[in-house]
Design a protein around this ligand. Sequence first.
Ligand SMILES: [Zn+2]
Length: 116
Amino acid sequence: MTLKGIIKSKETGTCVKCSTIKSIDVAKNWYYVSCKCNNKVQEYGEDSNDLDAKYLYNCEICRYVEDVITKYYLVLRVSDESEAEAKFLFFNEVASKLLKKHSTKLTMEVLHFITQ
Ligand SMILES: [Zn+2]
């Protein structure tokens, strides 16, 4: 079945389809910050003008945390021979396998590149 057929299908199910990655959707961040308990965290004090302030994060379960990890939230635009396009969301485990790199390592490389 083509991607167009999958999009138009009214059946629920699982399928495997080889498609071509056309681009990475960069409208949103490709990662999110997570607490070590795997809950998403919010930056605490991001409105602060104090650049020396140590950023803390707010976890709904652990409350205020400093030790966080980044996880992939990668949106890929794919297409196939039917020329239909679709977005696929890849969370951390799948995106790590696709990119062959842990999200924390890629985040550190990007931060290093930006601060050069
Ligand atoms: Zn937590």
